[in-house]
Design a protein around this ligand. Sequence first.
Ligand code: SDX
Length: 429
Amino acid sequence: MTDTAQLHYNGQTIDLPVVVGTQKETAVDISKLRAESGLITLDNGYGNTGSCSSAITFVNGEKGILKYRGYRIEVLATKSTFVETAYLLIFGEMPTSSQYTEFRRQLVQHEFIHEDMRHHLDGFPPNAPPMAILSAMINAVGCFEPVFMQPEDDEHFMKPAARLMSKIRTIAAASYRKSLGKPIVYPRSRLRYVENFLHMMFSSPYEPYEAPEAVVEALDRLLILHADHEQNCSTSTVRMVASSQANLYASVAAGVCALWGPLHGGANVAVIDMLQGLVDSGEKLDRFIARVKNRDAGARLMGFGHRVYKNFDPRATIIKESCHRLLEKIGVDDPLLDLAMKLEEVALKDPYFVERKLYPNVDYYSGIIMRALGIPTDMFTVIFAIGRLPGWIAHWREVHTNTNARIDRPRQIYIGDTVREYVPLEERG
Ligand code: SDX
């Protein structure tokens, strides 16, 4: 027996079915609302609106719980690898050893980009933002094997998924090398996923970069923590583009653009800029916090707050611990980490942040880890995109294989002019 919610309006009572998810979250299904009442709903920023039913990731913001396909993020971050977690997100199950071997084989097989792709890379100016390059090159890489743009038979989805996951890494590293005017470094097949990325980022033709195990582990864990996060802005973008039956590459390229914004994936860069700004200006923390609370222009506690988490973001807790461990292991002493911890301490004691349930989110400490790994600030959001790609692929596939899927086409409340008469140009003065 389905529960119903009743809406009373204008002398009419409308029964709306109530939908309950496997984790007991509850929604009013308004699919028939407009047909039965002429009403639509309005929800600025979709804070109260479910766009879909999904089986990929669950977040409980009140309790600070994050699960990929039912596995707690704390377990995956300590026991899994990014490649295994990616397989889990995309295919819904942990891989068997033969599936894992095949997935890794496919990642190796597709690690090169077509030599002609270099012309695209050369076409960008040296100071081109890496996220602009990434989005453009993802669409470009799709053109070299169009068959993967629209993977029809789902049971052979491993190849297009592995291809995109493998090439995004090569593209990212190549764009970094290009920005430095350095030669592109080719992948080395015997290296693991993250190791190979670091090799392509930091090796030189005459001296290979051997990534310390602590660095590989830290980056692998960071990618696991970024791999999916249900209907965030960029994933919702991927799903919306996928809903028009656009191909995998077009949908992911759109997701990259959404992630770029400083309120979303660009926040990890904004956090470092904020911390560095405090170091450079010597501004006292309580003065800065006062400016944030006063909403002075440009004063926002970046890396804090979240639409869903009204408790600690479990990823931030793991990244903070990972940060300490890594910096200790590689002997890096970053004053920005101490400053970030002091700022967190001040904020978490301040009623302004406590009342608004503003806690550190995934971006607050991630930039400090990436700095310690030698990754330049303008590549931080690219790393976020590499991590988030399996989630985007999983959501694209969920839309693509949903036989009931419809194109996303929200309604609106119009607030513009009603009727206006056309006045010929010569009479407009
Ligand atoms: C990510 O959605 C996801 O899952 C995203 C993500 C993922 O994995 O995909 O988790 C990744 O994008 C994390 C968020 C990264 N962004 C930042 O760190 C930027 C700083 N944070 C904010 O701008 C903000 O908190 C958002 C964008 C994250 C959330 O914005 P909301 O939900 O629209 O919250 P809001 O702006 O309505 O804020 C509610 C109140 C407001 O005050 P009042 O008007 O009620 O008095 O909290 C205040 C805001 O002014 N507030 C902040 C603040 N964030 C919110 N005040 C100071 N500093 C902040 N960071």
